[in-house]
Design a protein around this ligand. Structure first.
Ligand SMILES: *Cc1c(COP(=O)(O)O)cnc(C)c1O
Length: 424
């Protein structure tokens, strides 16, 4: 083959714009229209995005490039629990970034050790594995449950029972754990060893437990599935069944944990302790980090080399999370969530009395859902036009997951906008 044809082949994978014009674009501030156009051209179309491009955030407010402001009751999907750019988190990130951003888990990491202590001391668990997202935390939980069962009960125990309408993440194992076929379709063959039961139905769970079952995985309050809280008797019964059959109980608190329901962890409302807890979303105060917590007896199933993550628990992520968790535990944030959550829920019930197409208002703390008898998308759009960002889960549940630091005035403003949107 001639040298020339090799060079031509190489040229097809080269950029078709000179580097300096590309870098010029990187340095230039864009308006909303330009951001949307560029994203649509180059970013993979995995999201059904809303035509809005926030460029700045403070507390419960988001601002677009043109200056338009929104009251943010989506909060990064239950991530921005302290509001946007909380000064304590910003300061911790800046200081840690100047000191040490990343080292390998081959070494001991000070902020990681401190964060692990804080999480263990504020939960029923003893040990923590750090990762980067909720899906990874659940992968870790699935792997630990299988390892534990194999060591304790032999090779035949591997099956994990999860709930219908659950959501556990987007990796292959976690979409399989997720009890919603829409997240699984097209990705077959799926990993084996999962089965599903209706949520809040103890008899169904009892009947589903078989010789291969090793664990039960549940969200104490289902989020994506449409804001559905577990019944007290159900969770207590699940714990009892797990004890009887030697199963590990995994609580996925990726969304409902970390103050969201008005307690530090959602299971604390129920007085029912799991063996494994998964966390992510709000953990880093906006910075990506996840964690899988386990009681000592379960954690003992992992030996060095059994599980790992390159970035998991790195100094920068842990410094951000330490600042976020300190603020959450110290500053009355959880108490504020419980108080404003109850206030907001009551106001939502007021709207329910006014609009016949609101079927139910439900939730805990500031994880609130309003189920409609009609599709919710149109109302999300109207609220946005009026300056309020909300989200719709399960097609017809308007979900409110604002920062936990919102004031009563913020709640009143959101209710006024919702009222106008629902009445239009
Ligand atoms: C969001 C969510 C996950 C997945 O978290 P990612 O960080 O997106 O991987 C898992 N479980 C629950 C309950 C969630 O709400």
């Amino acid at each position: 083959m001639s040298r020339g044809s090799d060079l031509n082949k190489f040229k097809v994978c080269q950029r078709n714009r000179p580097l300096d014009t590309l870098l010029e674009r990187v340095n230039k501030t864009m308006n909303t229209k330009e951001i949307i156009a560029l994203s649509d051209q180059y970013v993979m179309h995995t999201y059904g995005r809303i035509g809005l491009a926030p460029v700045q955030g403070k507390g419960a407010l988001l601002r677009e490039a043109d200056g338009r402001e929104y009251l943010d009751f989506v909060g990064g999907l239950a991530v921005d629990s302290l509001g946007h750019c909380h000064p304590a988190v910003v300061q911790a990130i800046c200081e840690q970034a100047e000191t040490l951003m990343h080292v390998s888990n081959l070494y001991y990491i000070e902020p990681q050790a401190k964060l692990a202590e804080l999480l263990a001391q504020n939960s029923c668990c003893d040990r923590v594995f750090f990762c980067n997202s909720g899906a990874e935390a659940n992968e870790g939980a699935i792997k630990l449950a299988r390892k534990y069962a194999k060591k304790k009960h032999g090779p035949k125990k591997y099956e994990i029972i999860t709930a219908e309408k659950s959501f556990h993440g987007r990796t292959l194992a976690t979409i399989t754990a997720t009890g919603q076929p829409k997240y699984q379709q097209g990705y077959e063959p799926l990993p084996q060893g999962f089965s599903y039961v209706p949520f809040n139905n103890l008899e169904a769970l009892q009947n589903a437990i078989g010789p291969h079952t090793c664990a039960v995985m549940l969200e104490p309050v289902q989020g994506e599935g449409g804001v559905i809280a577990a019944d007290q008797a159900y969770l207590a019964g699940v714990r009892e069944l797990c004890n009887q059959h030697g199963l590990l109980l995994i609580f996925d608190e990726v969304q409902c944990g970390l103050g969201r329901t008005g307690k530090f962890l959602a299971y604390q409302h129920y007085g029912v302790e799991p063996d494994i807890i998964t966390l992510a979303k709000a953990l880093g105060g906006g910075f990506p980090i996840g964690a899988m917590l386990a009681k000592q007896s379960a954690a003992d199933a992992f030996a060095p080399g059994d599980h790992a993550s390159t970035f998991g628990g790195n100094p920068l992520a842990c410094a951000a999370a330490l600042a976020a968790m300190r603020t959450l535990l110290d500053d009355g944030v959880v108490e504020n969530c419980a108080r404003i959550g109850a206030y907001l829920e009551e106001k939502l019930r007021g709207l329910q009395n006014k609009y016949h197409f609101i079927r139910e208002v439900r939730g805990l703390g500031l994880l609130l859902g309003m189920e409609l008898t009609v599709e919710g998308g149109e109302y999300v759009k109207r609220c946005q036009e009026l300056g309020l960002l909300i989200n719709c889960a399960a097609g017809n549940v308007l979900r409110l997951i604002p920062p936990l630091i919102i004031t009563q005035e913020d709640a009143d403003r959101a209710i006024a906008i919702l009222d106008t949107a629902l009445g239009a």
